[in-house]
Design a protein. Sequence first.
Length: 258
Amino acid sequence: MILLSVITICFNNPGDLADTCASVDQQSEKPGEHLIIDGSTDENIVQWLMNNAQPSYRRWIHEPDSGISDAFNKGILNSKGDIIHLLNSGDRYATGTAIETVMAFFREDSSLQWTHSQYIQYRGEMDVVSGLPFESEKLWKGMRTVAHPTMFIRREVYSRNGFYDKEYKIAMDFDMLVRMRQEKFRFIPSSLVYFAPGGASNTQFEKGLAEVKRSYKRHIGSSMLLAGWQLRQRLLHAFMQTNLGKSWFRRKNQRNKR
């Protein structure tokens, strides 16, 4: 048996956590465990967990942490699974068979180290499907084609490449992806996760770009491609704040749905 640990980190957001838990509980194949890492400054999440019936596979740790990377690491170190899925509070599975779909790939191929998939994200006042196969030679584009909530990772990958670097407050997922870029993966061309809007990478755009650049330079080296790509991202980000940009984005994605 291959055991899956779903790890959900949360902070003062019981409503988002309830949505994520419901998504896990509705899966056709349940995880081996669902571990909640609650770094909240209040007791609202703990009270919700204790006052509502929880499945036997759900447990939680309620204590302060020093940020997202620290919470991720705490979850991994306290989990029991062979496969780790970091599904943050607010994120949820897009289908009732997401876990079943992913675990089938790991059971069929014992050499497979991680998977990622397409995902749905609410952007520009509409749901947009994103995600393309990971290309290690194009990491200068950042996390453009890979969304962290879609990544299912074998525990051994962390043993070989290390845990999440607490130096990074936003781009810790990119930094991990850079370090594990040579690991064998499989892309699943269907939307398995709904990625909740409003994450740190969206709300702290410039800081995220700076952390991506620092990680890339540390592990791969300097890159003119990265510099050019980040300039493009800044210009596009500014354009998307305008009414014209928002209108263009809606038309573009409506055409893609046809």
